[in-house]
Design a protein around this ligand. Structure first.
Ligand code: SF4
Length: 223
């Protein structure tokens, strides 16, 4: 197994998001991200250089954590070409593999066995013009992988974000065919407000809180 990646941190935690929330999970947080979301909560992963690790070293470290579930996150993991080999390797080893991506880069070349959580950035991020629409089109069309292996995630900081998100989902009729997660920017919007809006509009989305920020201090790294 050749190839290396820049790694921000490797850690064992409880999966805090997605339909896999609550499960023990080994996390591989890759370094680097060319985007600048205003409310980014892992800026350190984007800004710090990270340490170079071979794919063999990463997978060996993951095996010591002894979880069926493994997530590759960032930063923006798809910025590093060797991530595709790492994802395939972890699938071949029998793991259930999650990939969390900011949604700016195409996911078409990711191993179809991977469960991908794709952000759809909202206006408060300052980056919503960069959403990769191809990912939405190809998921709806079932082009690269079963739709069941894709979850879209919207992070909401305000009523304006919510209304933008509702309009976006309606335009693509996304909730009729795909799992859509909706959560809040921690500390910016009360989950009870978002819950009330979702219920009032009968929006078919799954409300998610970042479990790890309730279990541990919200600014703690490595959880
Ligand atoms: S894409 Fe993710 S890591 Fe990059 S700035 Fe946005 S929230 Fe942070």
């Amino acid at each position: 197994m050749t190839g290396s990646l820049l790694v921000s941190e490797l850690f064992l935690s409880i999966q805090g998001e997605s339909t896999f929330a609550g499960w023990p999970c080994s996390f591989i947080r890759l370094a680097g991200c060319n985007s600048s979301c205003r409310w980014c909560d892992t800026r350190y992963a984007a800004d710090e250089a990270g340490r170079t690790m071979t794919i063999s070293e990463i997978t060996a470290s993951v095996e010591t954590m002894k979880t069926p579930l493994v997530e590759i996150t960032g930063g923006e993991p798809l910025q590093q070409n060797n991530v595709y080999t790492l994802l395939k390797t972890l699938c071949d080893k029998g793991h259930t593999v999650l990939l969390e991506t900011g949604g700016f880069l195409p996911v078409r070349n990711v191993d179809p066995r991977v469960h991908i959580i794709i952000d759809i950035k909202t206006p408060s991020s300052g980056e919503h013009e960069k959403n990769c629409i191809e990912n939405i089109e190809r998921t709806i069309a079932n082009s690269d992988r079963p739709r069941e292996n894709v979850e879209f995630k919207l992070v909401i900081a305000s009523r304006r974000d919510y209304e933008w998100a509702r309009e976006f989902l309606n335009r693509w009729n996304l909730t009729s065919c795909c799992t859509v997660l909706m959560g809040t920017v921690f500390g910016s919007l009360a989950p009870s407000d978002l819950a009330a809006w979702i219920l009032k509009d009968h929006l078919h989305v799954r409300l998610q809180l970042q479990l790890h920020k309730y279990i541990w201090p919200p600014d703690r790294r490595g959880v």
